[in-house]
Design a protein around this ligand. Structure first.
Ligand code: NAD
Ligand code: GLY
Length: 352
């Protein structure tokens, strides 16, 4: 078992281990007084893990209830949010009670946002069950639901009280959903941790506890310096601006992790072709992504990618901030005028 502590506006531990779900009750009792707990989860995760979590919480003396919604991004909306808030109110949850987010990033974001706004804020515990949620979304306190106008447009910063990461749950993920999470794992190596590539060579799955702990420690270091996302935290968007454009242009048939993988390759190749980044770093990145079964190219033109990227909410006036690898482990924020974006992306497609 590994513990990583986050010291943001509140402090909390991320507990990482194998087969931890059956100890959920004890791990919650370390940070919560006896109270009502509402477990929020989706239908897929509920069928796999809800009973174990519920039994453990009950054995530790918590009074539990459950709120289950249909899996998928389509549920991360204001309708499900209000249903959940009404359920909490009807069940008599008070400010001293707590929510448990059991699932992937969709459950974590929705449950976390409900916890942020219910009675102006109650506690919540994250129990991530996808690799993406384990290494990224369960840590750092970004919570949100989607609006019709776009993803994550209604949200709040609200840190969890504890994160319990049982990586045995990752065994039931499809290979595609596991690979999606690998893109976010590899992202940390490109941002600021070149030595991480030595572990990637040995295998992400084979070294999963060390991999998750290292990702969340990397994210912790960034979040502690810029909790509210006004500077350094934007490094975590590496590959995402072009990635979001790829998701949009493919009508979401290319998954988020696959799109981020291709996005990371495009920005890294652009950096190589403009003399900013060594070529062997691109080769190592391509090799690592291939071994994680992630795609490294797409058929969209630079013009298509640039137009779609400029719809991204990270655009600010006449410029967009790109995350550019000057080397693996040395990514930097580069403010790019919008009229130079297409040229930069063209460089990233040259010689692909
Ligand atoms: P998800 O929560 O939709 O999970 C993907 C699928 O896997 C779902 O169908 C789910 O039911 C299923 N699933 C979950 N755990 C499982 C398990 N152990 N075994 C079998 N199936 C399982 O998606 P995700 O990829 O985990 O998260 C994506 C969401 O995370 C997006 O909404 C994104 O905006 C958000 N996100 C948030 C942050 C943040 O900092 N808050 C960061 C990155 C992504
Ligand atoms: N996943 C991006 C962030 O937490 O800032």
């Amino acid at each position: 078992m590994t513990t990583v502590t986050v010291n943001a506006s509140t402090s909390y531990d991320i507990i990482i281990g194998r087969d931890l779900l059956k100890n959920t009750g004890e791990l919650c009792a370390e940070v919560l007084k006896p109270c009502k707990l509402c477990i929020v989860t989706d239908d897929t995760v509920a069928s796999l893990y809800l009973e174990t979590v519920e039994a453990s919480l009950c054995a530790s003396g918590f009074d539990t209830m459950r709120f289950i919604f249909s899996h998928g991004e389509e549920s991360k909306n204001t309708h499900t949010l209000v249903e959940l808030l009404e359920f909490l109110a009807a069940s008599g949850l008070t400010r001293s009670d707590c929510l448990i987010a059991l699932g992937g990033g969709v459950v974590g974001d929705l449950c976390g946002f409900a916890a942020a706004v219910y009675m102006r804020g109650i506690k919540f515990v994250q129990i991530p069950t996808t690799l993406l949620a384990a290494v990224d979304s369960s840590v750092g306190g970004k919570t949100a639901v989607d609006l019709r106008a776009g993803k994550n447009l209604m949200g709040a910063f609200h840190q969890p009280t504890r994160v319990i990461c049982d990586y045995l749950t990752l065994d039931t993920l499809t290979p595609e959903i596991f690979a999606d999470g690998c893109a976010e794992v590899i992202k940390y190596g490109v941002i600021n941790d070149k030595d991480f590539f030595e572990i990637f060579k040995k295998g992400i799955k084979e070294n999963i506890e060390e991999v998750i702990a290292r990702c969340v420690a990397n994210k912790r270091d960034i979040v502690e310096k810029d909790e509210f996302d006004s500077g350094k935290r934007q490094l975590l968007n590496l590959g995402h601006t072009i990635g979001h454009a790829i998701e949009l242009l493919s009508d979401f048939t290319i998954t988020h992790g696959s799109a981020v993988s291709i996005g990371m390759v495009i920005v890294t190749r652009a950096a190589v072709n403009t003399g900013l980044c060594p070529k062997e770093d691109l080769e190592l990145l391509l090799d690592t992504l291939n071994r994680a079964s992630l795609p490294v190219e797409c058929n969209f033109s630079a013009e298509e990618l640039a137009s779609a990227a400029l719809l991204d909410k990270k655009r600010s006036g006449g410029s967009i901030t790109l995350v550019v690898p000057y080397a693996l482990g040395d990514s930097r924020l580069v403010k790019t005028p919008v009229d130079k974006l297409c040229e930069f992306i063209s460089k990233g497609l040259e010689g692909a």
